[in-house]
Structures are given as structure tokens and as C-alpha cells.
Design a protein around this ligand. Structure first.
Ligand code: PEP
Length: 252
């Protein structure tokens, strides 16, 4: 399973140090022994270099992802952070199209697709979030929305593969109404979405699909039993390293 902690704008240098202390020693390595889980931590851009340096200094088996990248590659774009920038400071991929970016910063499907293409071209793993709002779900539009959000991403994956690039594409089904709300999607809902994503597009290789939205210690094991589910993207619960470690144990 691909296990991604989205720290959002919650961490400081001090708190990151304490988080890594908690994962240190026995802990993360032995918790991962005999499993095929991969652990990813996603801080804000300013902590990418600190986190990747500290993780490797402590020999922690974690990978570092950014939470977003620019639609531009380089040049006069004040305040933007490119794919090359994040790779340069130790990240290996980026979350893209998180619903908070779509909602608060008006990020469009076309921009998310463009960022996906730039990640694939630059050698960074894209983890693209998609998911419907409560109103869209109640109007029966879940599959329509996912097709709209994912089609450009699938086109970028096909283009990259045609160009001989083999960076994998990860997707995260994150229903907006489930994020931070305490209400997670049911296994049946997630199953339906996973099947639609796998079957409705021509992927060069089946994308790995994660689920995110109020995952916690109580529900993670039953969600993990879903066929074709490749991992979790978790916000609130995994701000606590003990819950993070116990979640991995619950999956083992
Ligand atoms: C998220 O923001 O990606 C997320 C899944 O948050 P939470 O786990 O808090 O619902």
C-alpha cells in the first residue's frame, strides 16, 4: 500500500523534527518489515529539503512529496514552485489537484492535467486527487465528475507513455464531502469509482488508486480490503505520528 500523509499547512520545523523522532528507531523500519507498504510524507514546499535531509540522516524509509507544483517549468513566475525545484530539494513526486486547491484557488481540470504532464516529463510521480462534492453526489453526478476530472490526466499518461516515459501515475479518490468531515465513503462507493476509473479511460498501465477522506484507525483495515485499492491519502489523522504508525500496524 502507498501511504501518504498530507500535512497541508500544519507543520513547523520543530514539529517535523518531533514527528521524525517518533518514527525513528524501532519504529518505522520494524513496522514496515515484511510488508510492501511505501510511506510518503508531504510537507509544504519550504520544508521539503529539511524533511528529506532529516529523513535520510535518520535512515528513515520515507519518501517526500510536495503538495502542489506550478503549471510553468521555469522563468518569471513570482511565487511559483516548479517540478524541477521540488526534485532539486529531495521530493520525488507531488500531490496534484487536491480539492482544497480546486475549491479555494480555483484550480481547473486543465491545469491539473498540465501539472500531471509536467511531473511525468520531469520524472516526478504525480498523485492526482479527484472527487465529487456533496451536491454533485446527491444529484447522482459522481461518475460524471470523475470522468471530467480524470480524462485529461489519462491523456497525459498516454502521451508520456508514447514518449517512452515510465513514471507511474497515482490517483486519489477523495470525495470532497468526506475530507476532514469524519464521514468516509462506503466500500461500495469506492469500489464503483475504482472500477470506473480503471475501465473508462485507456491507461497505458492500470493507475494505482488511493482513497482519502476521513480515514482513521477504526476504518482503515476494512477499507484496505477493497480490490484494486493501492493505498491511502490521509490528512488529519496522520498529523499524529503514533496514529500513523498504528495505522500501518492495522494494515499489516
Ligand atoms: C485530505 O485532505 O487529503 C484528507 C484526506 O483529509 P482527512 O484525512 O482529514 O479527511
Amino acid at each position: 500500500m502507498f501511504l501518504v500523509a498530507n500535512w497541508k499547512m500544519n507543520m513547523t520545523r520543530d514539529r517535523i523534527g518531533k514527528y521524525l523522532d517518533a518514527l525513528d528507531g524501532r519504529r518505522l523500519s520494524s513496522v514496515l518489515t515484511g510488508t510492501r507498504h511505501e510511506v510518503v510524507l508531504a510537507p509544504t514546499h519550504v520544508y521539503l529539503e529539511y524533511l528529506s535531509g532529516e529523513a535520510s540522516r535518520r535512515d528513515l524509509p520515507v519518501r517526500v512529496f510536495a503538495q502542489d507544483v506550478s503549471t510553468r517549468t521555469e522563468g518569471a513566475f513570482t511565487g511559483e514552485v516548479s517540478v524541477r525545484n521540488i526534485l532539486d530539494v529531495g521530493a520525488v513526486g507531488s500531490i496534484l489537484g487536491h480539492s482544497e486547491r480546486r475549491q479555494y484557488f480555483r484550480e481547473t481540470d486543465a491545469e491539473v492535467a498540465r501539472k500531471t504532464g509536467l511531473c511525468l516529463k520531469g520524472g516526478a510521480v504525480p498523485l492526482v486527487c479527484f472527487g465529487e462534492s456533496r451536491e454533485e453526489r446527491e444529484a447522482g453526478k459522481t461518475l460524471e465528475i470523475l470522468r471530467k476530472q480524470v480524462s485529461g490526466v489519462a491523456e497525459e499518461a498516454a502521451k508520456a507513455s508514447k514518449n517512452g516515459l515510465d513514471t507511474p501515475v497515482y490517483l486519489a479518490y477523495e470525495p470532497v464531502w468526506a475530507i476532514g468531515s469524519g464521514a468516509n465513503a462506503s466500500c461500495a462507493d469506492i469500489r464503483e469509482v475504482i472500477l470506473a476509473v480503471r475501465e473508462d479511460f485507456s491507461w497505458p498501465a492500470p493507475p494505482r488508486i488511493l482513497y482519502g477522506g476521513s480515514v482513521n484507525l477504526e476504518n482503515i483495515a476494512s477499507l484496505a480490503a477493497l480490490e484494486h485499492l493501492s493505498g491511502f491519502l490521509v490528512g488529519s489523522a496522520w498529523l499524529d505520528p503514533e496514529v500513523f504508525l498504528n495505522s500501518i500496524l492495522a494494515l499489516s
